[in-house]
Ligand binder design. Structure first.
Ligand code: ADP
Ligand code: MG
Length: 769
């Protein structure tokens, strides 16, 4: 059997009733005056303003207030009845009496208990279709000791935390009630148990808390004992608390009788604290129900899942005014406490399964409705935005193409040397951007579209760069060399090796394909090998040339968002880039260190290291840019910001993770790329034992791990280049690091100076669609 709870979502405040008893004989004899009056159903007023030195009478309002003549039945009928009877519907509940000694707690609770139990039995008789069982237990907490009032052996009971039921009183006698008379019988036993020695009856009853608990279980008679039965189970507690004067440490106005022998009642004090804290609602902080036995037992009733009523009883006598006010202030707190009742259902496995299925169906329906109501609209809106963005890009691409066309035409007329580099006609055919992008991506042989990034860096009129360039034509020439190199890629057709493919002796990357190890073949163009392996590398987070541009773009953005402003960054950088001020070796060294600090991809390091050896003057530009990018990245990381890395924003920790993933992937290639002999040699070189199980992982962890050691760096580059199959050919920038540089992709470093403009234009990076 499983216990399940069904929330009834009934959040409600504790019901607080205040009952004023009549003056007793003794008080009348002593000529006591009464200063309290119930001025209506909900307000009680303190009349004796003279003593307070104020003319404004003090009033207190509660759910209900009752004057001295009011019978217990009315107190019960007004509010507690409804709460007590919720026990038959599976909701736990409790009814307290709080007040000073002799204010009428026992009088009130006895009445309420009897009336409630009578009504419960009445309900049972009226609901013959259900089978009920009613059990009674009664305990007393006296000096933090729990005693069973239905067992005369006097042993103390212990509290135990039950994962299902919460705090339970261990081994408390539970009598199954046969009828109402049986209850009366048991109640008188309790009474007798409390009366131990006539002499100290009053003392004891004022110090102890009595809890009478009625547990009601019910089930549909027809299903009794059947597999799919469900049982409602709850209990109602009638609690007659110790005299509230026991909670007060400063018995200032209490009179001599209260002062003597009065020591603090831990349970009552804890109850007061709990109620005070609970009344503060959400700002209440931690509430320690475990401070006393009483609060432990009552935890579910107070601010928990039970319905609760508190009857505060008052003595009207003037001599008790301070204690009466204390009681009222407790009552005021209590009325702020909220509980959320729930129905306790005990279910058979089958019934539980059925209920869960119903719940599942309900949730599925809800989900479907929600999806059809809002998600479609949102998706459509997103798509609209995307379409608009793409249309804008197409328009821009068209302009770029036209511009490039016209520039080419112009340069053809001026200088024949350029015309050989950019096969724009071919490009025009391949990349007819008038066509729809999706149609293009459907063509497997040409499944790419391009994204144009154009960074035009304006050079300031008084930039030194211009003068230096004029003085050092080799720089311009150097850039031209780079331009040639880059342009060369554009002209690589997918089917044939272009003339001069090896012209700079630069390495080429062939993307590895872990699925079918056929990547040793040429990766250029629309080679399926290259295409297949892209997602792998992208997944692995290996950075690429994209990193380069994203980093630049980010730097530019940070410096004002305008690309022209980036010129200032790169303008001052320019001198250094061109090797005028920059110490080439120092920069390279710094880059090596920064790669390590910023967790830069090993493939990127390798590529960069092998490609920009400094044997070309234009290399200094790339080295300078890379240095700036890394410094920028390091700066961002150190400030805890994000930096652009491979098209994604990354933090220091995410870059570390990406690097870790990359190393793992590389480790998978070790046995594919190297023969046994080669492996042995490499392990030896990196000081790794050939016999260790994790030698491949050890090796890749070792790679690029020591930027200060030049030999180590060169060897690392060598191993990585072989792992990812760099070949010693000049087809440089293509198929780099997860980017599909399909021919005729091109990266154009443009050095055409139009007027004051130094155009530093990166065109077209192709992404796989
Ligand atoms: P407590 O339990 O708070 O110490 P009791 O319930 O024992 O106080 O009441 C003290 C006395 O006052 C009892 O004799 C009781 O019969 C009487 N009494 C209490 N409340 C009322 C009331 N509302 N009407 C008449 N008598 C009352
Ligand atoms: Mg009493």
């Amino acid at each position: 059997m499983e216990k399940a709870h069904m929330s009834v979502d009934r959040e409600e405040k504790i019901l607080v009733l205040v009952r004023l008893r009549p003056l007793n004989k003794k008080e009348i004899a002593a000529n006591e005056a009464t200063d309290w009056e119930c001025i209506n159903d909900t307000t009680i007023m303190y009349r004796n303003t003279l003593r307070q030195g104020s003319n404004i009478p003090t009033t207190y309002s509660f759910d209900r207030v009752y004057g001295g003549e009011c019978p217990t039945r009315r107190v019960y009928e007004d509010g507690t009845k409804e709460i007590a009877l919720s026990v038959v519907k599976g909701i736990n509940c409790s009814i307290f009496a709080y007040g000073q000694t002799s204010s009428g707690k026992t009088y009130t609770m006895t009445g309420i208990t009897e009336l409630a139990v009578a009504d419960i039995f009445d309900y049972i008789f009226q609901h013959e279709e259900r089978a009920f069982s009613v059990k009674l237990s009664a305990i007393e907490i006296y000096n933090e000791t729990i005693r069973d009032l239905l067992n005369s052996d006097g042993t103390s009971l212990r509290l135990r935390d039950d994962p299902e039921k919460g705090t339970v009183v261990e081994k408390a006698t539970e009598e199954t009630l046969r009828d109402y008379n049986h209850l009366k019988e048991l109640l008188s036993i309790c009474q007798a148990q409390r009366k131990i020695g006539e002499t100290w009856l009053n003392e004891r009853s004022s110090r102890s808390h009595q809890i009478i608990k009625l547990t009601v279980e019910s089930c549909v008679r027809e299903l009794l004992g059947k597999e799919n039965s469900t049982t409602l189970m709850a209990s109602v507690s009638f609690i007659d608390l110790a005299g509230s004067e026991r909670a007060s440490q400063t018995m200032s106005g209490g009179g001599a009788r209260l002062k003597e022998g009065c020591h603090i009642n831990r349970s009552l004090l804890a109850l007061g604290t709990v109620i005070r804290k609970l009344s503060k609602g959400r700002q209440r902080g931690h509430i320690n129900f475990r401070d006393s036995k009483l609060t432990r037992i009552l935890q579910p009733c107070l601010g928990g899942t039970a319905r609760t009523a508190i009857v505060c009883t008052l003595s009207p006598a003037r001599s008790h005014v301070e204690l009466t006010k204390n009681t009222l202030s407790f009552a005021s707190c209590a009325k702020e406490v909220t509980t959320k009742a729930r129905v306790n259902v005990v279910m058979s496995d089958k019934a539980l399964l059925k209920q869960l299925q119903c719940e599942l169906t309900r949730l599925q329906t809800e989900l479907r409705n929600a999806a059809s109501n809002c998600d479609c609209a949102a998706t459509a809106r997103k798509k609209d935005v995307l379409i608009q963005k793409m249309e804008k890009q197409i328009e821009e691409l068209r302009k770029e193409r036209d511009l490039a066309h016209s520039r080419l035409e112009a340069s053809k007329l001026e200088d024949g040397s350029v015309s050989g580099m950019v096969d724009l006609d071919r490009r025009g055919q391949d990349d007819d951007l008038n066509e729809d992008l999706p149609t293009r991506s459907e063509d497997p042989s040409d499944g790419y579209y391009r994204e144009v990034q154009c960074i035009e860096i304006e050079e300031s009129a008084n930039s030194n760069l211009k003068e230096e360039r004029a003085e050092k034509p080799t720089n311009v020439l150097g850039q031209n060399v780079k331009l040639r190199r880059l342009n060369h890629i554009e002209t690589v057709p997918s089917t044939s090796s272009p003339p001069g493919a090896d012209f700079l002796g630069r390495p080429e990357i062939v993307l590895p394909d872990l699925e079918n190890d056929s990547s040793m073949s040429s990766s250029c163009g629309s080679s399926s090998t290259g295409v297949q392996s892209i997602p792998l590398w992208e997944e692995g987070g290996i950075t690429s040339v994209r990193t380069f541009f994203n980093g630049l773009q980010e730097m530019a953005d940070l410096h004002g968002g305008h690309v022209s402003n980036a010129a200032e960054v790169t303008g001052t950088m320019g001198r250094e880039l061109l090797g005028v001020e920059g110490d080439f070796e120092r920069q390279r060294k710094e880059i090596l260190e920064l790669w390590q600090t910023c967790n830069v991809s090993l493939v990127h390091r390798t590529y960069f290291y092998l490609l920009f050896k400094g044997d070309d003057e234009a290399d200094s530009i790339y080295i300078g840019v890379e240095l700036r990018r890394l410094l920028f990245m390091k700066d961002r990381f150190s400030k805890g910001h994000q930096a652009s890395e491979g098209g994604e924003t990354s933090t220091l920790s995410s870059s570390r993770k990406a690097l870790h993933r990359e190393r793992k992937m590389l480790s998978k290639l070790v046995s594919k790329r190297f023969s046994e002999e080669e492996r042995t040699r490499i392990y030896h070189k990196f000081g790794i034992s050939v016999n260790t199980k994790r030698r491949r992982l050890q090796l890749v962890n070792e790679l690029w791990s020591n930027p200060k050691d030049r030999t180590h760096v060169a060897e690392s580059a060598d191993v990585v280049s072989k792992l990812v199959s760099f070949t010693e050919q000049g087809r440089v920038m293509k198929e780099m690091f997860g980017l599909a540089f399909t021919p005729p992709s091109f990266l154009q470093l443009r050095n055409s100076i139009v007027g004051e403009k130094h155009a530093f234009t990166f065109l077209t990076i192709c992404f796989r669609h």
